[in-house]
Design a protein. Structure first.
Length: 211
């Protein structure tokens, strides 16, 4: 039997090859892909998220763990499609216009994917129009905006206003985050959620979809 506890431990330590081997073994044993994802990969990434929030691990360790998760998940993706497995929901994420920083955004993508959310990553330097376009194209229910600079975080207000002007503000939950961003700023621009780190943001996203 594939050892999921061992898989979770290997994932946390970023031992990608070991993760791939255990996932493949579970597939060969005839387990369905959704169960493998939920029992072997997600618990490990959840633990990494908690440790990251508690400053017990840092960005490099998270990235290595996420790489192991992604390699395991790559084996499952075609099977999940075959099984018709539904993601928890869809989220569009990006770094706002004028800002080219992507580590925070990339961490958020990995944490969200680790929780079974389908992520549409629109990259960096993203205008309000591009966020709106991606939401409409993908019927996404969450928008995640990241900024690392005080000069660019003002773009987040334009994103909120853009959704209002487009008449679809009530259809999406707008989440914001990044080094200079605060709860106070979130409230002042009319965004829905502020998270201090990627792990908290991913947890908040799950809560949104569960409503």
């Amino acid at each position: 039997m594939a050892d999921f506890e061992k898989c979770s431990e290997a994932l946390q330590k970023g031992r990608a090859q070991e993760v791939v081997e255990i996932v493949q073994q579970a597939i060969d044993e005839g387990m369905d892909a959704q169960s493998i994802l939920e029992q072997a990969l997600m618990p490990g990434m959840d633990i990494v998220g908690v440790k990251f929030k508690n400053n017990e691990v840092f960005v490099p360790e998270v990235l290595i763990a996420a790489r192991a998760m992604n390699m395991g998940a790559a084996l499952l993706k075609p099977l999940l499609v075959e099984e018709g497995a539904e993601p928890k929901g869809k989220a569009v994420i990006g770094t706002v216009k004028g800002d080219l920083h992507d580590i925070g955004k990339n961490l958020l993508r990995m944490m969200m994917e680790g929780k079974g959310i389908e992520v549409i990553d629109v990259g960096t330097d993203v205008s309000a129009e591009k966020f709106i376009e991606a939401v409409k194209e993908n019927d996404a229910k969450i928008v995640g905006c990241s900024a690392l600079l005080t000069t660019t975080m003002t773009q987040m207000e334009k994103v909120v206003k853009g959704f209002e002007d487009a008449g679809i503000r009530n259809d999406v939950t707008i989440m914001i985050g990044g080094a200079p961003v605060t709860q106070k700023y979130c409230d002042s621009i009319g965004a829905d959620l502020y998270s201090a780190d990627a792990a908290s943001a991913a947890e908040a996203a799950v809560t949104v979809f569960e409503k």
